[in-house]
Design a protein. Structure first.
Length: 267
């Protein structure tokens, strides 16, 4: 089984040092979106994994530790030819949208890939993988492996309206996750989905930007029913002279402890 690497060159060079250079397959440009040429990721063949993979992992680990956008995106295992793999990835990047046109689906970015297991249905994931047997991306604990689902693929990758909305919120979810980790709080595989529900709720109150992220983080750390507490509900009312994040930033730890205790009653 052959191995390939997707690299985001805009985030930095992947210099393997003394290890052999990877063979460049080319830039992954969707045929439906030729205007993207020059700004898309690159596909490389990993022909000498024993010396190359440790160097690749060191780069991925350094970017993650320093909080940088990942240049090492995905390590792929496949029996398909490089031409078939290139065509499949480029076609998947150009995701058709209704009623016409295409959107760029950055499914190869590890910040997106790690959420697709709960956003997409198994048959959609099966189509997204198709010629790929295993998809790996780097995380804090090393390489995480995603196997191609053992279900027949759907005919076309057509996300529902709810799935589209979640895909557009993934960058906000990642921003909230960082805030939670920076606060020393733990997260698990359920956290992104819980945050997505809180973002949906916050949008109903016309929150946006920093206010929306703050509301979602507070909802996760305090209570998902945070908005039902009278003090919080008042801060969410329109027509305030200060923003939601400014208002809640003035509350003390004692205020929050009381809100958490009382919000627990709103089942």
């Amino acid at each position: 089984m052959d191995q390939y690497l997707i690299v985001e060159p805009d985030n930095g060079r992947v210099d393997l040092g003394t290890a052999p250079r990877m063979y460049e397959i080319g830039e992954i440009v969707p045929a439906a979106m030729p205007e993207l040429k020059g700004v898309m990721p690159m596909l490389y063949a990993v022909e000498h994994p024993e010396p190359q993979l440790p160097a690749i992992e060191a780069i991925a680990a350094r970017d993650l530790q320093e909080g940088l956008a990942p240049r090492v995106c995905a390590l792929i295992e496949t029996n398909a030819s490089s031409e078939t793999l290139m065509r499949h990835i480029s076609d998947t990047i150009a995701l058709p949208r209704e009623p016409e046109g295409y959107s760029v689906f950055r499914f190869y970015d590890p910040r997106v890939a790690r959420n697709l297991g709960w956003v997409l249905r198994p048959e959609q994931l099966s189509l997204m993988f198709e010629p790929v047997q295993r998809w790996r991306y780097f995380s804090g604990g090393g390489w995480l492996t995603v196997e191609r689902p053992a279900v027949p693929p759907t005919e076309r990758l057509s996300p529902s309206a709810d799935q589209w909305a979640t895909l557009r919120r993934l960058h906000l979810i990642e921003q909230a996750l960082k805030s939670i980790r920076d606060a020393g709080e733990s997260v698990d595989e359920r956290t992104p989905r819980q945050l997505d529900a809180l973002f949906t709720k916050g949008a109903r109150y016309r929150l946006a930007g920093e206010d929306l992220v703050v509301f979602a983080v507070q909802g996760l750390l305090v209570s998902p029913n945070l908005d039902r507490h009278p003090t919080v509900a008042a801060a969410l009312q329109s027509g305030q002279t200060s923003s939601y994040s400014e208002i809640t930033a003035l509350w003390t730890d004692e205020n929050w402890a009381q809100i958490a205790q009382e919000a627990a009653l709103y089942a």
